[in-house]
Design a protein around this ligand. Structure first.
Ligand code: NDP
Length: 480
C-alpha cells in the first residue's frame, strides 16, 4: 500500500512521528493509502525551509517564476488520467467528473497565475503638482494554504498557484481525507525543477498540522477554504497575530426559478447545480425556490430527472453520483434527511443509503434526495448539509423570494433563472451573495472575484484579488 510522504525542502520525507494514518477509498470503504500523521515539528521544518527559500524566490524574475509554474501545469496535463483516477478513488467522485473538471482546472490555475504576473502593472497617484505616489506590491513571505476534501487538487492549486506566482513561498496542507493528488503535485514540482523550499506540503490532521500552520509566527498570511466553524477557529488564532486572512467558507445557496425561465435549460442545469459531486461543492444550489405557477411542473420533471441519476462505482463511466467522502459524512447527510422528515418535509425521492454489489458493496453511497413542504426558516433550510439533498419551495413574488433567499447566515452563491433580464439584474443586486449566476451555474472566469459574504467568508480569491491578497501594498511618495 502506498505511503504518502511530506514534501519539505524539495524532498519527499517521512513524518517526524513515524506514524501514518489510514486514508479510505469512499467507494469501497477500505484503506487505500496511508497519510503522514505530521505535527508541529514537521510544520516547523516546512516553515524554516520556506523562509530560507523566500529571499531567492521573491527576487526571481516574474518570467522565470512563470516558466516554472507553466511547467507544473504541463506536467499536470501530462499525468491527467492518472491524477483523475487518484482523485476519484480518494474522494469518491465520478472519474469522468475528475477528468473533465478537477484536473484540467488544477492545470489551469497554474497557467492562469503564471501568465497573469507577466501582465501586471501598478497604480500611480499624482498629488496635484506637489508629489507623485506609486504602489509597490511585494510578496509577503511564507504563506499558509489549507484546503478541504471536496475538490482536492482544484482548490489546493487555486491557493498555491497565486501565492507562488506573487513571489511567496508556501507551507500547504491538503485535507487528510483526500491527500493523494497533493502528493502527486509534490512529485510534479520535483520533476519541474521548482527550487527547494519554495513549496512545502505537510500532510496530517487539521487539529495538528492545520493548527500548527495557523499558529506559526513565521507564516504571516493564511488562505483557508473549509467549513465556517473551522474558519472561525482559525480567525480566533490568527487575529491577535495580525495575520492576513482569506477565508472561503460554507454556503447554503439559493436557486431562484421564475415561471418565464427557459424550462429545459433550467432543468438541465439545476439538476447539475444541486447534485454535482454528490452535492459536495460549496457552490451547489441546495434551496430551490420556484415561482408558484411553475411549481408543480418543475417539481415533477425535477424529481423524474433526479430519480434517474445513476448511483454507482465512481470508476464506471456511466455513474452520475459517486460515493460520499466518508462514513461519518454520509451519516451526517442521512441525519439531515431524517431531520427534514421530523420538520414536516416530504421526501419526494432518494435520501436512502444505497448498497451496491461487487467491489463497492461496503462503499458510502446514498440516493440523491429531493424534499418539499418545509418552511424556509427550518434547520434543514438554514444549515449547510454539503451532500445530495435539495429542497423545493414555492414563492409568489420577488420581495418574498429575496427575503427567503437572504434568510440564512451564509452568502456564497446564488442563481436566478428568468427571461426578464431587468428583473434578474435587480434581484442580483439585492441578494446577499458574493457570486450570482443568471441563467447559468458555475460558469467560471478565473479573473472574477470569488468568495462569499456573511458566514461564507472574508476576502475574495481569483484574478487580481488573489494576487493582491498574497502581496503587501506599499505606497511610495515622491515630492516634486
Ligand atoms: P473543514 O473545515 O473540516 O476542513 C478544511 C481544512 O481545514 C482541512 O484541510 C482540515 O484538515 C483543516 N482543518 C481542520 N481543523 C483545523 C484547524 N483547527 N486549524 C486549521 N486547519 C484545520 O472542511 P471540510 O474539509 O469538511 O470541507 C467542507 C467545507 O468546506 C464545507 O463547509 C464547504 O462549504 C467548505 N468549502 C468552501 C468553499 C468556498 O470556496 N467557499 C469551497 C469548498 C468547500 P482535515 O481535513 O485534515 O481535518
Amino acid at each position: 500500500m502506498e505511503h504518502i510522504r511530506n514534501y519539505i525542502n524539495g524532498e519527499l520525507v517521512d513524518p517526524r512521528s513515524g506514524v501514518w494514518l489510514p486514508s479510505f477509498e469512499p467507494a469501497t470503504g477500505a484503506v487505500h493509502v496511508r497519510v503522514p500523521d505530521s505535527g508541529v515539528a514537521d510544520v516547523n521544518a516546512a516553515a524554516e525551509s520556506a523562509a530560507a527559500a523566500f529571499p531567492q524566490w521573491s527576487k526571481t524574475p516574474a518570467e522565470e517564476r512563470s516558466r516554472l509554474l507553466l511547467r507544473i501545469a504541463e506536467l499536470i496535463e501530462r499525468r491527467a488520467n492518472e491524477l483523475a483516477a487518484d482523485e476519484s478513488r480518494d474522494n469518491g467522485k465520478p472519474l469522468r467528473l475528475a477528468r473533465a473538471v478537477d484536473i484540467p482546472r488544477a492545470a489551469k490555475n497554474f497557467r492562469f497565475f503564471a501568465t497573469a504576473i507577466l501582465h501586471s502593472s501598478t497604480d500611480a497617484h499624482a498629488t496635484d503638482a506637489t508629489a507623485v505616489n506609486y504602489t509597490l506590491r511585494q510578496p509577503i513571505g511564507v504563506a499558509g494554504c489549507i484546503s478541504p476534501w471536496n475538490l482536492p487538487l482544484y482548490l489546493f492549486t487555486w491557493k498555491i498557484a497565486p501565492a507562488l506566482a506573487a513571489g511567496n513561498t508556501v507551507v500547504a496542507k491538503p485535507s487528510e481525507i483526500t491527500p493523494l493528488t497533493a502528493h502527486r503535485l509534490a512529485e510534479i514540482c520535483i520533476e519541474a525543477g521548482l527550487p527547494r523550499g519554495v513549496l512545502n506540503i505537510v500532510h496530517g490532521t487539521g487539529a495538528d498540522v492545520g493548527e500548527a500552520i495557523t499558529k506559526h509566527p513565521g507564516i504571516p498570511a493564511i488562505s483557508f477554504t473549509g467549513g465556517t466553524h473551522t474558519g472561525a477557529r482559525i480567525a480566533r488564532t490568527a487575529a491577535p497575530m495580525f495575520k492576513k486572512l482569506s477565508l472561503e467558507l460554507g454556503g447554503k445557496n439559493p436557486t431562484i426559478i421564475f415561471a418565464d425561465c427557459d424550462f429545459d435549460a433550467t432543468l438541465d442545469t439545476v439538476v447539475r447545480s444541486a447534485f454535482s459531486n454528490q452535492g459536495e461543492i460549496c457552490l451547489c444550489g441546495s434551496r430551490i425556490f420556484i415561482e408558484r405557477p411553475l411549481y408543480s411542473r418543475f417539481r415533477d420533471a425535477f424529481v423524474q430527472r433526479v430519480s434517474a441519476l445513476r448511483v454507482g462505482d465512481p470508476l464506471d463511466e456511466k455513474t452520475d453520483q459517486g460515493a460520499l467522502v466518508s462514513e461519518q459524512h454520509l451519516e451526517k447527510v442521512l441525519g439531515y434527511v431524517a431531520l427534514a422528515r421530523e420538520e414536516g418535509g416530504t421526501v419526494l425521492c432518494g435520501g436512502e443509503r444505497v448498497a451496491l454489489n461487487g467491489r463497492c458493496r461496503e462503499g458510502w453511497f446514498m440516493s440523491p434526495a429531493v424534499i418539499e413542504g418545509l418552511p424556509f426558516s427550518c434547520r434543514t433550510n438554514q444549515e449547510e448539509i454539503f451532500g445530495p439533498v435539495a429542497t423545493l419551495m414555492p414563492f409568489d413574488d420577488e420581495e418574498e423570494v429575496t427575503s427567503m433567499a437572504n434568510s440564512t447566515p451564509y452568502g456564497l452563491a446564488a442563481s436566478i433563472w428568468t427571461s426578464d433580464l431587468s428583473r434578474a439584474h435587480n434581484m442580483a443586486a439585492r441578494l446577499h451573495s458574493g457570486i450570482v449566476w443568471i441563467n447559468c451555474w458555475m460558469l467560471r472566469d478565473l479573473r472574477t472575484p470569488f468568495g462569499g459574504m456573511k458566514q461564507s467568508g472574508i476576502g475574495r480569491e481569483g484574478g487580481w484579488e488573489a494576487l493582491h491578497f498574497f502581496t503587501e501594498a506599499k505606497n511610495i511618495c515622491v515630492k516634486l
